[in-house]
Design a protein around this ligand. Structure first.
Ligand SMILES: Cc1cc2nc3c(=O)[nH]c(=O)nc-3n(C[C@H](O)[C@H](O)[C@H](O)COP(=O)(O)OP(=O)(O)OC[C@H]3O[C@@H](n4cnc5c(N)ncnc54)[C@H](O)[C@@H]3O)c2cc1C
Length: 363
């Protein structure tokens, strides 16, 4: 997620009745994370497939082939996956094809394949890499559809459709909450800042998607001046992606390793309908100059099962987040545009570890 996108705030919110929240009579207990260099498991760097104009979700025809694009979801692709993939599969099925090819096996490709296979369509996924070796595996991944467009580059129509897509996308995850092996769970998310926001905007998708949403200006986590606290879903990609890939296979989808070097190679697939879920790979394959990498580095610490809260903390020149997973505590918050390097920066990791240790000491 990009720093800019967190700078929103809203008014009161209604409770969503869509799914059961954990019942707790007591206020949650905040255990400090143990952020120290001797607890670092590894550092990873991912490139968010960011489009200034927002994700590309449309069909294009080349002679007798139809390509449906579903890429460019920036820092919100895990969150959006059920929403944009639903539209992409509808576009693919308009001509009632016998079979469909999906190119790419990150969260978008697998979700499309699962949706098609469940409808009884013959589907083959072709991809250079599969989980756990995709960008989708690196995602943090908080359910908060943000950071995938520049506001001045998108129309009101895009924003209106995006709101509906976000709502449908969250609905898609409800069936997986607390299901064994899927890694989808509710937790307490906090957005923290030392400054009160200037503008008040609705939360992505609508305020009612975030149960127990509360704004406070005192008694906040780590002593911040301003806090937005809410229940939000965490989707642990290390569990989730493997599991939905298995679901797709059980429903009949097949997966083949294949790297495409050009659009012509894509068009030479035997299927006449192809869904393009290549993420950043679409830049070269489809000559998309609006698509660019936004680099993010994560530091993984040894897991702490007692942690069931997360935060994004905005300091004057910094941006830190912490998300808990079963296998690790995730520290992150860096966003660097137009950088293709995926080599971790050790100095940055040390800085992250120290900054989060400092926050934890304020509990
Ligand atoms: C540090 C970081 C933190 C993030 N945090 C969040 C978060 O908290 N919440 C959230 O919702 N999102 C988050 N994201 C964003 C999310 O990870 C992406 O938006 C999402 O993973 C994009 O999914 P995708 O399936 O489009 O692309 P990818 O996961 O990149 O998959 C692309 C697929 O296409 C294949 N491919 C590409 N080119 C070719 C080719 N030429 N030939 C064959 N195959 C090809 C690849 O091998 C791969 O299988 C984060 C991302 C990063 C990097």
């Amino acid at each position: 997620m990009l720093r800019r996108e967190f700078l929103f705030a809203t008014g009161a919110v209604g409770l969503s009745a869509c799914t059961a929240l954990p019942q707790s009579r007591k206020e949650p207990q905040y255990y400090p994370i143990k952020s120290s260099l001797d607890r670092v498991i590894k550092n990873v760097v991912g490139l968010r497939p960011y489009r200034t104009a927002g994700y590309r979700l449309e069909a294009e025809t080349f002679d007798n082939k139809k390509i449906v694009h579903n890429y460019g979801h920036g820092g919100g692709g895990i969150s959006l996956s059920w929403g944009t993939s639903s539209i992409a599969t509808q576009l693919a099925l308009e001509s009632s094809p016998q079979s469909v090819a999906v190119v790419g096996s990150g969260v978008m490709g697998i979700t499309c394949a699962l949706m098609l296979a469940r409808q009884g369509v013959k589907v083959t996924v072709y991809a250079a890499e599969f989980p756990p070796h995709t960008t989708s595996n690196i995602a943090a991944a908080l359910w908060l559809p943000t950071s995938y467009y520049d506001r001045k580059e998108v129309s009101e129509d895009f924003l209106a459709q995006d709101k509906q897509i976000s709502r449908a996308a969250l609905e898609g995850f409800y069936g997986y909450v607390n299901q064994p092996d899927y890694g989808v769970f509710w937790h307490d998310y906090h957005f923290l800042s030392h400054r009160l926001p200037k503008r008040k905007r609705e939360l992505p998708g609508g305020n009612d998607l975030y149960p127990q949403y509360k704004v406070s200006t005192e008694n906040n986590l780590f002593g911040y001046t301003y806090q937005e606290k809410m229940k939000s879903l965490m989707i642990d990609p290390s569990f989730y992606l493997q599991r939905i890939k298995l679901d797709a296979q059980i429903s009949g989808a097949t997966f083949q390793r294949k790297k495409f070097g050009s659009l012509q190679e894509v068009l030479s697939l035997k299927e006449n309908v192809i869904i393009n879920c290549t993420g950043l790979g679409a830049k070269d394959l489809f000559n998309d100059d609006k698509l660019l990498p936004v680099q993010g580095q994560l530091t993984l610490l040894l897991p702490q099962p007692e942690i069931n809260y997360s935060y994004v903390a905005v300091d004057p020149n910094e941006f830190y987040y912490m998300f808990p997973r079963k296998g690790a505590i995730i520290l992150g918050g860096t966003t660097i545009r137009n950088t293709y390097s995926t080599k971790p920066d050790e100095a940055l990791s040390r800085k992250m570890v120290s900054a989060h240790a400092n926050l934890a000491s304020r509990l």
